[in-house]
Design a protein. Structure first.
Length: 404
C-alpha cells in the first residue's frame, strides 16, 4: 500500500497550537483582578481573558490583526500574574509568545535602540563617549526636545549616562566545591555588575566555584517581542557558552532572563543564585544594618524564578534590617522588558502607582532584583525628588557579609 501523507492536525501548525492553548481558557475571569493592564484601563481587551479571545480569533482567521486589535496584545506586560492564579492552568506565557511570533515584531518596537541595548560592548563604548561629550550635563535638554512617546527619550530618562563603574571579574574561583556558571546578560552586565560581583562573593563564601560566562543578551527581548530569528540566534549562543562552561548549574542575578535561559537549555538546572544560597543562610554571618528597606519583588522573581522565599530568608539573616515587602496583590512596575521603551506613558503610569505604594513604606532603601525594574523605578525616584537609594538585594547581602 502506498504511504499516504498524513493530514496535519491543527496542533502541528503555529495557529493550531495557539487555538489549542486559547481553548484551555474557561473564561471564568479570575485572572482579571491580578492583571495590571486591566487595572489601568478597565477594558476587557486589556485583560488576560480578552487577550486570549483576541489571540484565538487571530489564529482562527476570524479577525484581522489591524493595529487597534494587536495593540491590546502588545500592551501585555508578560508579568504572568494571570497564569499564576488561573484554575484551568492556561499556559498564557506560551500563548503570548506564540501569538507574538506569528504576528511578528510590533510597529512600536524600537529595533535599532534594542540592537544597541543588547550589545554590552557597544553600551560601554557609548557611555564612555557620552561622558567625553559631557552628556550628563545636557541630557535633560535633549530629553525635553524629544517627543513624549519616543523610545529614545524613554531610554535617556531610564539608562544611566555615567560610565559603568565596574566589570564583573572572571578570574576568581573557589578551589573546591561544585562549579556553577553565572550568566551576566546584556544590560545587567553593564549596569548591575556590582550585583554580579556580589553573587560571585556570596557563592564563593557558600563553597561554590563560579565560572562567569561572556556577557551577551539571552534573547528575552526578542522572544517576547515576536522577533523569532533573533531569539533563536541568542538561544544558540547560550547553548554554546553553557557547553564551554563545564558547570553543573546556570545562574542569573536577573530573574527576567531565567525563563528564556530555561527555554534555551531545557535539560539544565537554571536558577536564581538566591535559591542556591538560601540553604547556606544559617552558616552565613552578616553585619547588622539598622535600615528600613522596601522590597520590590519583580513579576519574574515571583512567577518564573520562584525565589522570593529564598530572598526573604537571606535578608532576615541581616541583624536589625527591617524588610518591608510591598503589600499584595503583586503588580508590575511597567518596565516589562522593552515595554518601558515602547509605551513609556503607560509604563510611567504603572511605575508611579507603585512608587506611591513604596512611599507609604517610608524606606531608606529600595531593593529589587531586576535591573530593568530598578532602572525604571530609579527614573521615577529621581523625577519625584525622592532620596532612596536602590540596590540589588545580593549587593546588600554581600556588603553585609562578615568576612567580605
Ligand atoms: S483565570 Fe484562566 S481560565 Fe479563567 S479567564 Fe483567566 S485565563 Fe481564562
Ligand atoms: S501577563 Fe500580566 S499584563 Fe499580560 S494579561 Fe497576564 S496579568 Fe495581564
Amino acid at each position: 500500500m502506498m504511504d499516504m501523507p498524513l493530514e496535519k492536525t491543527p496542533h502541528s501548525t503555529p495557529s493550531g497550537r495557539i487555538a489549542d492553548l486559547a481553548d484551555q481558557c474557561v473564561q471564568c475571569g479570575l485572572c482579571l483582578p491580578v492583571c495590571p493592564t486591566y487595572a489601568l484601563d478597565r477594558n476587557e481587551a486589556e485583560s488576560p481573558r480578552g487577550r486570549i479571545a483576541i489571540a484565538s480569533a487571530l489564529a482562527r482567521g476570524l479577525a484581522d490583526p489591524a493595529a487597534g486589535l494587536r495593540e491590546h496584545l502588545d500592551h501585555c506586560l508578560g508579568c504572568l500574574n494571570c497564569e499564576k492564579v488561573c484554575p484551568a492552568h492556561v499556559q498564557y506565557g506560551e500563548l503570548l509568545i506564540a501569538t507574538r511570533a506569528s504576528l511578528g515584531p510590533s510597529p512600536q518596537r524600537p529595533k535599532h535602540l534594542l540592537g544597541l541595548i543588547k550589545r554590552p560592548a557597544w553600551m560601554r563604548l557609548l557611555r564612555w563617549f557620552g561622558r567625553w561629550l559631557a552628556l550628563p550635563r545636557w541630557k535633560d535638554l535633549l530629553i525635553r526636545r524629544l517627543p513624549t512617546a519616543s523610545p529614545w527619550r524613554a531610554a535617556l530618562r531610564t539608562m544611566p549616562v555615567a560610565a559603568p563603574a565596574m566589570r564583573v571579574r572572571t578570574d576568581e574561583t573557589h578551589a573546591e566545591g561544585p562549579c556553577v556558571a553565572l550568566f551576566p546578560g546584556c544590560v545587567a552586565s553593564v549596569d548591575d555588575a556590582e550585583a554580579q560581583q556580589a553573587a560571585v562573593a556570596l557563592l564563593q563564601a557558600a563553597g561554590f566555584q563560579v565560572s562567569v560566562l561572556p556577557a551577551f543578551c539571552c534573547g528575552a527581548m526578542d522572544l517576547h517581542g515576536g522577533a523569532t530569528k533573533g531569539a533563536e540566534r541568542a538561544a544558540r549562543k547560550v547553548q554554546k557558552a553553557w557547553l564551554a562552561s563545564g558547570a553543573t548549574r546556570l545562574l542569573s542575578v536577573t530573574p527576567g532572563c531565567l525563563g528564556t535561559l530555561r527555554r534555551a537549555l531545557p535539560d539544565v538546572s537554571v536558577m536564581d543564585p538566591l535559591e542556591l544560597l538560601a540553604p547556606h543562610a544559617e552558616a552565613m554571618r552578616f553585619r547588622p544594618l539598622a535600615r528600613r528597606v522596601a522590597l520590590h519583588l519583580p513579576c519574574t522573581q515571583l512567577n518564573v524564578a520562584g525565589s522570593a522565599g529564598a530572598l526573604l530568608q537571606l535578608l532576615h539573616r541581616v541583624p536589625q534590617l527591617d524588610v518591608v515587602p510591598l503589600p499584595p496583590p503583586a503588580s508590575c512596575c511597567g518596565a516589562a522588558g522593552s515595554h518601558l521603551l515602547e509605551y513609556p506613558e503607560r509604563a510611567a503610569q504603572l511605575r508611579d502607582r507603585m512608587l506611591r505604594q513604596l512611599g507609604a513604606l517610608e524606606p531608606h532603601l529600595l531593593l529589587s532584583s531586576n535591573i530593568g525594574c530598578r532602572l525604571h523605578l530609579g527614573a521615577g525616584i529621581r523625577d519625584q525628588g525622592l532620596q532612596w537609594r536602590h540596590l540589588h538585594p545580593l549587593t546588600l547581602l554581600a556588603q553585609q557579609l562578615e568576612h567580605a
